[in-house]
Every structure is written in C-alpha cells, then in structure tokens.
Design a protein around this ligand. Structure first.
Ligand code: ZN
Length: 307
C-alpha cells in the first residue's frame, strides 16, 4: 500500500552515513561486524527474497549471501542504522539465474508495487547509484589505467596516475508548468501507455536550476516562463540522478511540442487531473505513479483550490 508519510519514493534513507569518518579501515570493520546487513545487486538489479505478493526482503546477513559469492573487495559501506553497518555489494552471475531463495527485481516495480518499506527503498537508491558508478569507473578517464575502490567505496583511485574519481549524481529538473488554472502535461514515446507527466530534462554544465527549467520548457513546449519555484527533490537511481522538482508559470499559452521528445501534450484543468488521478479521465490519460516526484508535483497542484 502507498505510505502517505513518504510521498516521494527513495527519500527518507535512515542510514547514518558518517561521511567524514570513512577511512581505509571502515569497510573491513563493517564487513567484520557480526550483525552487518548486505544489499546485493546482480547485473545492476537488487537481489531479493520474496515473502509474499506484497512484500520482499533485500537486507541479508553475511552467512545468507555467501552462496552468491559477493565481491567484498568492491563493496560499499552505505552507513549505519542503530550501530549496525549496511553494506552494498555486487554478486557475479546473471540476475535471472539466481538460486533459490534468491531472485532479482528491477527497481521500478519495487517502488510502484510498494514491495519495500520507504526507508529501505532509500537505501536501494543509494546502493544502486554507487554500484552503478563503480561499474562504469573501473578505468581512469585521464590515463586509462585501472582504478581501485577506496574510502569504503566513495572514491576510486587510479593505479597509474593517482587521480581520484568520485561518485556521480546527475541533476535533472522536472517542472510542473501552469498557466492560469491549467497545467501542462505531456507524454514521451518512452512512457507507459496513457501516461502523461511533467516536462523534465538534465541540467547542463554551467546552468542554474532556474535556467534549466526555462530552457527545457522553451525547447520542449515553446513555453516561456518567468519565476521558477523549487518544491522538492528525489534521488532517482536510474542510474544516479537527482530529480529537482519545480513549478513555473508560463507567460504564453500557445505551445509547440518538440516532436523528437514528446508525442503529445497540452493543458489540463484541475478537474481533468483529478479524474486522471482516480483513473477516470475520459481519454484514459493517467498521471505517474504515487511515489514519483511528478505525481507529487501534479497532486500538490490538483489539490489546491482554483485561484
Ligand atoms: Zn590515471
């Protein structure tokens, strides 16, 4: 069931990261802790044990995961919860060929199906982002030599030139554009059938959040916007983005869709959006699932009284 106390999935990670205390010994100490808990990934997918149709487990004791041959040398210390270390680690082999009782899952159904508690989903986002970065940073971009993991998995150091490489977070703006009492929603061909959502796009180097919101809105829909208001953000582990949710009022209503990005879109009233949220819109249009920041932005607007 959706947990209304956590309207933004992947937020609410409860771990104490103790970033300033990470050193060369932190990971080994954490792995040696008798109660340490492990989140495993196979081919980038969380390893789970299904408890029921509504629930899965993804935190395991070390003795439970030994049959999976985890690569502890490349593990990442996520943080501590009640003094117990939580560690992310990749396991070899194919995600769809794990031996019972283990299985794997894409991350999306874990959050859209509410199969994990919201705090644990936050840990999954942290683990996925870090392990994905490690996977893509095995060689130095400066000299091409191999890199090795240090600082409990928060740094890779080149074995050739010594350059330090740090984990990435890629900022993305996602914005609900409004005009008088309507909001602009659009769909990309990549979306699930019937889904419409907010405009979104990566922040480019040398750009502020506000500039990215205005540029993307102009490029994708031909809409000019003035003041941009920050609303909330969301870790988005596909693979390591930060969604920065904003609202902005359009200065013009006539829009021109960027057809390479969007296959349809337009203005919708609060009545339309409320019907979409009940899955009762005459066109069949639906908003993104509860837990996504798009849903949070759209629902927040739809629930407001008309000005
Ligand atoms: Zn190098």
């Amino acid at each position: 069931m959706p947990n209304s106390a956590f309207p933004i999935a992947f937020s609410g990670n409860p771990l104490w990261r103790l970033a300033e205390k990470r050193d060369g010994a932190s990971l080994a100490q954490a792995i040696a802790h008798p109660s340490a808990k492990f989140i495993c990934f196979a081919e980038g997918k969380p390893v789970i044990r299904r408890v029921s149709d509504e629930s899965v487990v993804c935190l395991f004791a070390q003795n439970e995961i030994l049959p999976l041959s985890p690569n502890m040398g490349e593990a990442v210390l996520l943080g501590h919860l009640e003094n117990v270390p939580h560690i992310a680690v990749a396991v070899p082999g194919q995600a769809d060929r794990l031996t019972s009782p283990f299985d794997s899952s894409d991350i999306r159904p874990l959050f859209t199906g509410h199969l994990l508690s919201p705090p644990t989903l936050g840990e999954i986002a942290q683990a996925s982002a870090l392990l994905s970065w490690h996977q893509g940073c095995k060689f130095c971009g400066t000299c091409g030599a191999a890199t090795r993991s240090e600082s409990a998995g928060y740094k890779r150091v080149c074995t050739g030139c010594g350059k330090e490489h740090f984990p990435r977070t890629d900022p993305v703006t996602i914005m609900l554009i409004t005009h008088e009492n309507q909001c602009f929603l659009a769909r990309s061909a990549r979306f699930p059938e019937h889904m419409v959502s907010c405009l979104a796009g990566f922040i480019e180097p040398g750009e502020t959040i506000e500039e990215a919101v205005r540029r993307e809105t102009q490029e994708e829909a031909g809409l000019r916007t003035g003041e941009v208001t920050y609303v909330a953000s969301q870790p988005w582990p596909f693979p390591h983005s930060l969604m920065i949710g904003c609202t902005a009022e359009a200065e013009n209503a006539d829009y021109v869709l960027e057809k390479d990005e969007l296959e349809s879109g337009g203005w919708f009233s609060r009545e339309d959006v409320r019907a979409m949220m009940r899955d009762a819109h005459s066109s069949g249009a639906q908003v993104p699932p509860f837990g996504s920041i798009a849903h949070f932005l759209i629902a927040g607007w739809a629930e407001k009284r008309e000005a």
